[in-house]
Design a protein around this ligand. Structure first.
Ligand code: CMC
Length: 431
């Protein structure tokens, strides 16, 4: 096949380079199109637009494939530890024992948060959404951990970059635990870094004052799996936000804070909270799933089946498959009989047999069953998206680092202007 694409406009023919990825994905390189022809491409929602080349995550939506750095999500969810996956995503290879120990030790040394951050947290109203608090506190961390300007020569400042990464991996779980504990009226503690990374996160979140903490392995394993499944998902609303904010040379912390905000909406990470609220509403309404199916299909009704559909998965979401099995296991192991799970399964079965959903290739996504697990772990609805953010931190860091290492240009899309053409100003009396 030719390595050029040809674009014919009127009598003109423009040759464009073709780019082939390592999985034989084809792209047309339009990066010089405007310079050579004064024409731009228009693609609202970037449905067909590759914004970068990336070596982090491979995803094939038709075949339901998801791999981090070449490793299948199924194998990682089954065998890996979240911190190993974080290292893999950020640095490209699985860590050896020494590298993993060093990372955990460095995290431990940075696991302290300025007391003033506590004051900021306490100044938020109790009703504030945890995602807004997490995004603000992540931004506030910059004031206590000033970041220097990185050289843009393409060679990263290794030590400085490593320290920033370690600080984030150390401090975000503490913030997440604090946001959770404050909502529950519990004291804001630090963790115990004789424990593993995920073990420590669960302890920070769930330890009760004046009670000896006993680790629940079911809970730790569930948390580990959920964090791995959420750790990266190539370009998407929040990750592309992190890359585009970072492309202005904004700091890592500032970029991650923006990513948290982008994740918040219910069409993205906020779907997990929306799914559980939807399932609870169906239960409260008497459990008639057919009624809600009809609402979802009715174009005059804004209701959508939350946790269904995906921008890229048009067959199945591999993460949803793993999560569904995990939800069953967790509820079994914890001895929980939650009618919400039955409603979810009923809804899924009906949707998979319904022409509307089949024709539009709408399948359960990662968020459909994750809320059921979080609920079983006693995590309140409003914290679900925060848990997603906690898992996504390594992915965002990996993309920020890749973007800076590749010395990518500032993100600056174009537009097709459809407003008024030049007109004369009229003074206020004559309007
Ligand atoms: N319920 C009912 N109809 C739907 C749904 C849904 N959940 N999702 C899409 N559709 C319909 C939509 O109305 C449209 O119909 P028509 O062609 O007749 O106009 C068609 O399917 C295509 O929808 P779209 O909005 O153009 O698809 P998209 O690829 O732009 O949007 C989506 C993807 C995830 C935003 C969308 O499917 C959705 O809103 N799902 C519910 C929210 C959700 O679960 N989000 C979590 C995504 S996974 C977590 C993450 O990684 O962010």
């Amino acid at each position: 096949m030719s390595d050029k694409a040809k674009l014919k406009i009127g009598g003109r023919e423009i040759e464009l380079d073709l780019i082939t990825g390592s999985e034989k994905e084809l792209g047309i390189d339009v990066s010089n199109l405007r310079v050579s022809s004064n024409i731009i491409t228009l693609d609202p929602g970037y449905k067909n637009t590759g914004s970068c080349k990336s070596a982090i995550t491979f995803l094939n939506g038709e075949k339901g494939i998801l791999r981090y750095r070449g490793y299948s999500i199924e194998e990682l969810a089954e065998k890996a530890d979240f911190l190993e996956v974080a290292f893999l995503l950020i640095y490209g290879e699985l860590p050896n024992k020494e590298e993993l120990e060093k990372l955990l030790n460095d995290i431990k040394e940075n696991s302290i948060i300025d007391e003033d951050i506590k004051k900021i947290l306490e100044s938020f109203p109790k009703s504030a959404h945890p995602m807004g608090i997490l995004s603000s506190l992540t931004s506030a961390l910059i004031a206590f951990n000033p970041e220097k300007k990185l050289s843009l020569s393409g060679n990263e400042d290794q030590d400085y970059m490593y320290n920033s990464i370690v600080k984030l991996l150390a401090k975000i779980p503490i913030l997440v635990a604090w946001v959770h504990r404050r909502r529950k009226g519990l004291p804001l503690d630090y963790g115990d870094y004789s424990l593993g990374y995920v073990e420590n996160i669960t302890k920070m979140m769930f330890q009760m004052p004046n009670l000896e903490y006993v680790q629940n392995d079911t809970l730790v394993n569930a948390m580990n799996k959920l964090l791995i499944l959420h750790a990266d998902h190539e370009q998407n609303c929040s990750t592309s936000t992190v890359r585009i904010v970072g492309s202005s040379e904004a700091s890592l912390f500032a970029s991650i804070s923006a990513g948290i905000s982008a994740l918040w909406g219910r069409l993205h990470g906020g779907a997990n909270q929306a799914v559980l609220e939807m399932l609870e509403a169906i239960k409260k309404d008497g459990g008639d799933t057919k009624k809600f199916m009809s609402k979802a299909k009715d174009k005059s009704d804004p209701f959508r089946l939350m946790g269904f559909g995906h921008r890229v998965y048009k067959n199945f979401d591999p993460r949803a498959k793993i999560i569904k099995v995990t939800a069953d296991q967790i509820l079994n192991e914890l001895g929980i009989d939650d009618p919400i799970l039955d409603i979810a399964k009923g809804l899924e079965k009906e949707a998979l047999e319904d022409d509307y959903f089949v024709d539009r290739k709408l399948y359960p996504n990662v968020d459909f069953y994750s809320g059921i697990i979080y609920k079983a772990l006693n995590i309140p609805n409003e914290m679900f998206t925060v848990m997603f953010a906690l898992g996504r931190i390594p992915g965002w860091i990996a993309h920020w680092r890749e973007m800076r290492k590749n010395n990518e240009p500032i993100g600056r899309p174009r537009q097709i202007y459809i407003g008024e053409t030049l007109r004369n100003f009229s003074d206020i009396e004559s309007r």
